[in-house]
Design a binder for this molecule. Sequence first.
Ligand SMILES: CC(C)(COP(=O)(O)OP(=O)(O)OC[C@H]1O[C@@H](n2cnc3c(N)ncnc32)[C@H](O)[C@@H]1OP(=O)(O)O)[C@@H](O)C(=O)NCCC(=O)NCCS
Length: 152
Amino acid sequence: MAPRVRPFRWPADKDAVLSFQYEVYERNFPGFRVTRAFLHEYETQLRYAVRSPYEALFVLDDDGRVCGFLWIEIRSTMVDELVGYVKNVYVAPDLRGQGYGKKLLAIADDWFRARGCPKATLDVSICNPEAVALYKSAGYEVARHRMEKHYE
Ligand SMILES: CC(C)(COP(=O)(O)OP(=O)(O)OC[C@H]1O[C@@H](n2cnc3c(N)ncnc32)[C@H](O)[C@@H]1OP(=O)(O)O)[C@@H](O)C(=O)NCCC(=O)NCCS
């Protein structure tokens, strides 16, 4: 059977989701190293998110193997009273390129729309072209540039 998306279960899915964060964070923040302290803090945030009405967590389940993750939330900003925000999306390497990332983002769209969000947003590093390609393909457009200047 094909992998299916289902709600994240605490604590059963926690360890798999934590294991994904090495790639997510080290890929998106070159030079950053995921530590035990970082994972501990991440675990605390997950535990709170499970109970928050403003957040939702889903996993991709392949016959009992947790092989993907989506963490989304509703935020309000200076200009948007309600905006969907994609905090984390991950697909296991062996399942990439088969549309699962897009499937997870479609679930985010449904969840945001059902709660009255007129738009969704996210942050991605330019050093992660696979993720940029996924987001573009799912309809996201660049709205802001964060620029850097290096002194050697
Ligand atoms: C980013 C990630 C979630 C993509 O998941 P995926 O399941 O492979 O994505 P999909 O198969 O749904 O692909 C969606 C689109 O992105 C494009 N894409 C995905 N991987 C690509 C790659 N390596 N090169 C070029 N395009 C790519 C696809 O062509 C597809 O576009 P299309 O439908 O218009 O053809 C996955 O690579 C991943 O988990 N990376 C590590 C974690 C991470 O960096 N997450 C993002 C944090 S910001």
